[in-house]
Structures are given as structure tokens and as C-alpha cells.
Design a protein around this ligand. Structure first.
Ligand SMILES: Nc1ncnc2c1ncn2[C@@H]1O[C@H](COP(=O)(O)OP(=O)(O)OP(=O)(O)O)[C@@H](O)[C@H]1O
Length: 265
């Protein structure tokens, strides 16, 4: 079992707190994040909101080091700790980190394989080949993702035959099958209709006892429905971070108020 993030020995696993400390991040010479300081608590949902280009996705991708894949990017100051572990320390195995910090993308991206194999994928990659173990893990992940009843009789059919909303829930099942501690979601519902969106939001809500979720969203309604905490970003800076109820009812900063009331962005 992977333990780079001080994974608790108990079952069920619980999520992890994330400390972003005075983080500056650049794409080449262009600075996209400026002095970000935020402590994201374990086991709950935090929403990242803000106008296009303010740095939400960049920060999200820093949390599982996805930005490492983009040439010319670098952190010029500060860092990120998950459960107290500096995730940019050179001893950290990035592949293992991304297992503990899973990601769900804007556009669902199931592999062109069966529903079963999509969910079993990460476990197989980890070397699991026992059919009973895989069967159980696949069932549990699909149940947790509220998809089991819809697919239990067609597990061997192609995942590409599912609807868009089902595919997105399948991607969530694939992510949680390997029992990550943190789940990063980058506008996971932007391609979904309201019913599929409600299902994804409900499953996030139901899973938040076990995982730490961060969701980037352009929907103020979604942020207020699904998150416990909200971070508002503007031009690469974190303007305000607070409980979602406070941000949406009585924000401290005028910029936050202007944004949530639709005056810009
Ligand atoms: N791969 C990249 N190379 C260079 N600059 C980038 C890259 N990705 C993002 N940027 C720049 O970094 C800044 C922050 O972008 P980011 O995608 O993090 O914003 P965002 O708040 O997630 O925006 P959106 O809501 O439109 O997705 C922007 O100025 C953007 O142009």
C-alpha cells in the first residue's frame, strides 16, 4: 500500500488536509499564482471559484503535480503539504502521489474498454490480479458512485456506450477505486445536463466523509449546493477563503461580492 502522504492505518480511510503555503507559480515568465496561502481541511468539499484565467485550474493541478508535465512551468516560491508531507520534495514519487490525489476532468474520459475494466484499471496497474478482490472493488466503487444499479448487468459492455453523465460517474468510480485521499475535480459537470449534474453533486456530497474533494466550478449555484468551503480567486491571487455560507451570504471583500452577484466574470 502507498503511504507517501502519511495515510492513516485505519479503515475506512479518511481524506487529507492540504496546506498551500505562499505559493508562486509561473508558466515561463508569466506568473499565474501569486502568494497563495490556504489550508484546505480534510473530509469535505472545497470549491474554487473566480473569473476565467484567475488560476483555479493551475492551483488544482499543482496539488497533484500535473503541471510538472507542462514544460517551462515552475514553482518560484512556497509549496504544498498534504498531511504535512511536502509533495514537491524530491523523495516524492509522483506516480504514487497521483494515486493518492486523484483527478476528474471536465470532459469525461473513459477508456475504450469495458465498464468493469475502466474501474479495475488502477487496481490492475497496482498489480492486483485476484478476480474476487477486483470484483469486490469494482462493485464498491460503482456503488459509491451511484452507478451500480444502472450498469450491474452490463459490466462487460463498452464504457463508451454510457451516457455522458454515466461516463462522468464512471470516471469518478475509476478514481475512487484506488482509494485516493484527495479527489480533484475540474469543472466535472460543465458538459452535463441538470439531472446528471445533480447525480454527480449528490455522490460528491455522499462521499465527502471519506475523501477531501476540491471542485473547480463556474456555477455559483453548484458551489453553494455542494461545498463546505469556498475559495475565491482573482488574477492569480486568493481573495477570500471561508465557509461557503459566509462567502455567499456575507463576503468580506467587495470583489467577492461583485463576482458572486454576477457583476463581473
Ligand atoms: N499551459 C499553459 N501555458 C501557459 N499559460 C497557461 C497555461 N495554462 C494556463 N495558463 C495561464 O495561466 C492563467 C491561469 O489559468 P487557469 O487555467 O489556471 O485559470 P482558470 O481560473 O482555471 O480559468 P478557466 O476558468 O477559464 O478554466 C491564465 O492567464 C492562463 O492563460
Amino acid at each position: 500500500m502507498h503511504d507517501i502522504l502519511n495515510r492513516p492505518a485505519t479503515e475506512p480511510q479518511t481524506g487529507s488536509s492540504i496546506d498551500v503555503e505562499t505559493l508562486d507559480f509561473c508558466y515561463g515568465s508569466s506568473q499565474a499564482l501569486k502568494g497563495i496561502n490556504v489550508e484546505i481541511p480534510a473530509n469535505g468539499v472545497t470549491a474554487f471559484i473566480g473569473p476565467s484565467g484567475c488560476g483555479k485550474s493551475t492551483l488544482l493541478r499543482c496539488i497533484n503535480r500535473m503541471n510538472d508535465e507542462i514544460p517551462g512551468t515552475r514553482i518560484t516560491r512556497g509549496g504544498i503539504r498534504i498531511n504535512g508531507v511536502d509533495i514537491y520534495d524530491k523523495s516524492v514519487d509522483v506516480v504514487k502521489l497521483r494515486r493518492d490525489v486523484g483527478m476528474v476532468f471536465q470532459k469525461s474520459n473513459p477508456f475504450p474498454r469495458s465498464i468493469y475494466e475502466n474501474v479495475a484499471y488502477g487496481l490492475r496497474l497496482r498489480g492486483e490480479s485476484n478476480k474476487a478482490v477486483l470484483d469486490q472493488a469494482v462493485q464498491e466503487a460503482l456503488q459509491a458512485s451511484a452507478l451500480w444499479d444502472e450498469v450491474k448487468d452490463r459490466l462487460q459492455e463498452s464504457a463508451l456506450g454510457l451516457s455522458g453523465g454515466q461516463q462522468q460517474r464512471l470516471c469518478i468510480a475509476r478514481t475512487i477505486a484506488v482509494k485516493p485521499l484527495v479527489v480533484l475535480m475540474d469543472e466535472p459537470c460543465s458538459a452535463l445536463d441538470p439531472i446528471a449534474t445533480a447525480k454527480v453533486e449528490e455522490l460528491v456530497w455522499n462521499l465527502k466523509e471519506d475523501y477531501t474533494f476540491i471542485i473547480v466550478t463556474h456555477s455559483m449555484a453548484q458551489a453553494s449546493r455542494v461545498s463546505d468551503k469556498t475559495a475565491f480567486f482573482y488574477m492569480g491571487e486568493l481573495v477570500e477563503f471561508d465557509t461557503t455560507s459566509k462567502i455567499f451570504s456575507n463576503p468580506t471583500h467587495k470583489k467577492t461580492e461583485d463576482y458572486i452577484s454576477g457583476r463581473f466574470g
